[in-house]
Design a protein around this ligand. Structure first.
Ligand SMILES: Cc1ncc(C[n+]2csc(CCOP(=O)(O)OP(=O)(O)O)c2C)c(N)n1
Ligand SMILES: [Mg+2]
Length: 354
């Protein structure tokens, strides 16, 4: 605001909220059968992959797992919209970002089991990364990756490409200091970054209201001067619409968008969380969210509009189960790295003159 406008006045600042209702039929036609079915496939693979890992853990195979079950309409969908050259910056929650970005299930599973056939030769475990798909590493420092995404965005802008960077973070992590730094830098420099916040109402065992002062994280976009959207994360079609627009905007050099996807994890914070049902959340609350299941919702809409038949839906599920079984076999049969290989890829070998 210009100084002259302030003199003699008190200025109040308000953010306006507007609602646009979704035209499902129009959107289904706009995005087309092939794309929508591929996204549904990813969501189903993600759900079964989670189930399989939970089962492996029960059988005594140690895998660090933060289940995505319930959130497939959210992160899995958003990452499925990226091109191969786009950058993906994930958080700790689940594998929807890896599956959406098109990584190979066999190599994901091998990495999670610490095998040398995995994406990081078994040394990353859940901290997956892959150069070929421009999947940045899954960091353990909550929120830090938001400023890393801004750095990637700056790199992309300097390279003058039309690739974008999609960054995932949770409601709890949204309160870390470097989230503000990253968003401010991205907004100021119009960097091609999409900030995708999954608000699943809990950070570990703490309800959202106890950690966050605002009702909607998306409202913070106003403070950065960028567009902010709240979207139903249980509704794949709504996420496709909002995330596609934000990706297009970033590709066109118009800068970042903050998306808050309201979603819910059906299971615990990790596979070892024993309190997620009836502990820090009521069974009624969990059941209420399950009624809006993202896979049921999306497949129903596709069947209603004749994009998908019930038989096709069955065969997608069969294929997903088969692929996951093959991934487990591949990972189980693969070897662990040799002791002498553990320090490889840690330091670069270089001649130095002193
Ligand atoms: C800087 C930092 N603080 C604390 C933790 C411990 N921690 C791991 S997951 C988590 C909760 C994250 O919650 P949220 O961002 O809402 O994501 P969600 O797990 O709900 O997907 C916390 C606090 C951490 N990993 N890093
Ligand atoms: Mg959360």
């Amino acid at each position: 605001m210009k100084y002259e406008d302030i003199v003699g006045n008190i200025i109040s600042i308000e953010s306006n909220i507007s609602k646009t209702s979704l035209d499902y039929k129009k959107n289904i036609n706009k995005f087309g059968k092939e794309k929508l079915i591929r996204i549904l496939e990813n969501m189903i693979i993600n759900r079964f992959f989670d189930e399989e890992i939970n089962q492996l853990i029960k059988e005594g195979i140690p895998i660090a797992q933060h289940p995505t079950t319930g959130q497939e309409g959210s992160q899995t969908v958003a990452f499925s919209l990226l091109k191969k050259g786009d950058y993906a910056v994930p958080n700790h929650r689940g594998w929807g970002w890896a599956i959406g970005k098109g990584l190979d299930l066999k190599k994901i599973m091998a990495e999670l089991m610490g095998k040398k056939t995995g994406y990081c030769k078994g040394k990353g475990g859940p901290h997956l990364a892959d150069r070929e798909h421009n999947l940045f590493l899954r960091s353990g420092i909550q929120g830090s990756y938001v400023s890393l995404a801004a750095g990637i965005g700056l790199g992309l802008k300097m390279q003058n490409t039309d690739n974008v960077c999609l960054c995932l973070f949770g409601d709890g992590s949204s309160n870390a200091g470097y989230v503000h730094e990253g968003m401010n830098i991205a907004a100021t420099n119009k960097l091609p970054v999409i900030f995708f916040c999954e608000n699943n109402l809990y950070a570990l065992f703490t309800p959202y209201q106890e950690t966050t002062s605002v009702e909607d994280i998306a409202s913070r976009a106003v403070g950065y001067g960028i567009p902010g959207y709240i979207v139903d994360g249980m509704d794949a079609l709504a996420v496709i619409e909002v995330a596609s627009n934000a990706i297009d905007r970033a590709r066109q050099g118009l800068g970042p968008t903050l998306i808050e996807s309201k979603t819910y994890r059906y299971l615990g914070h990790t596979a070892y969380d024993k309190f997620y049902l009836g502990g820090y959340r009521t069974e009624e609350e969990v059941e209420k969210w399950k009624k809006r299941d993202p896979i049921n919702n999306f497949s129903k809409r596709l069947i209603e509009t004749n994009m998908l038949s019930s038989q096709d839906f069955e065969s997608i599920q069969e294929r997903a189960r088969k692929e996951i079984k093959e991934a487990v076999e591949y990972a189980t049969q693969s070897n662990y790295p040799e002791p002498e290989e553990y320090l490889e890829q840690v330091y670069e070998k270089k001649e130095v003159s002193i």
